[in-house]
Design a protein around this ligand. Sequence first.
Ligand code: PLP
Length: 402
Amino acid sequence: MSFFDGIPVAPPIEVFHKNALYLNETAPVKVNLTIGAYRTEEGQPWVLPVVHETEVEIANDTTLNHEYLPVLGHEGFRKAATELVLGENSPAIKEGRSFGVQCLSGTGALRAGAEFLASVCNMKTAYVSNPTWGNHKLVFKKAGFTAVNDYTFWDYDNKRVHIEKLLADLEAAPEKSVIILHGCAHNPTGMDPTQDQWKSICEVIKRKNLFTFFDIAYQGFASGNPDADAWAIRYFVDQGMEMVVSQSFAKNFGLYNERVGNLTVVVNNPAVIAGFQSQMSLVIRANWSNPPAHGARIVHKVLTTPARREQWNQAIQSMSSRIKEMRAALLNKLTELQTPGTWGHITQQIGMFSYTGLTAAQVDHLIAEHKVFLLSDGRINICGLNTKNVDYVAKAIDETVR
Ligand code: PLP
């Protein structure tokens, strides 16, 4: 007898499962388009040079120690992260209506934000885009939301944002529902609303008294410019919206396993901040008590040292340009092969992912016959492509869809 008898085995987390299948594959030619992490032209993980230099400096700084950080995190990091997403001249910053809370990467920021809304504000209905990142529903449910619904995002036939249905779904959401919006580089579709579409989304959220929860895990990655990628969030702030914004520094700093994240909070009235922060301290105290320092120190130093920040800007530009080049290379090859179907969406989409439109059966075939590993919904990580394997992948897709 065990206390744990009868616990059913949960289905595997697809992205990690597929990544493991790739790693265990013994075929000499194989391609990994699964996990959302940047890869160089050589197919390797990349430690950004500016991150490495900063780490060395931190390691040699004898004034630093390993004492606990405050519950809400590293002060300088929280401020720098908030300024990065809202913009230094944000009215919310100038009017003292915003602050950051250091969290365990983007997932931890989502979790802390969701648990706060559910347990302190009694908001228990959330809406996520359909499709969305595989973890959104799980995080909100485990954080205490009783209803995690979908709003339409993707028009599968025309491979575009289905703005009409999206707006209609938001119109129908009950007051005080929490609407989770991808700040940029929507995962998995790689397609963001246009500026006009964002304006319509903001208008409905405001008029229907819904609550905005932005999730921005790819700031800088989408366009190569962190300010441009934060446009939608800053527009909502300009419209006087209250919101929380989960930020991840996994992708744009390459700090995946250091778990560096921030929850930026924007409120209408500075008088509510003391209550908010005290209750948020309890949420965090009960989860991880206080956050780790290493990654936060790196991000803080890089963002607040002009020369380093410039190096970082160049690094994100180089990552985002390589992704754009690989999109173009894949599309060119498919066009050259006259692969049946339309493929223009590959270069219209932005960020790390392309939502190819390949069916689950085609995905199975690509894995079994060509050892090209991707997610069953047809999402590929463009970073897994390089000049040496892109033709191989295009030919494999061509053979698969014929
Ligand atoms: N949100 C989205 C949309 C993501 O794609 C990711 C990572 O893949 C995250 C949040 C959070 O990632 P992390 O917890 O590694 O920062």
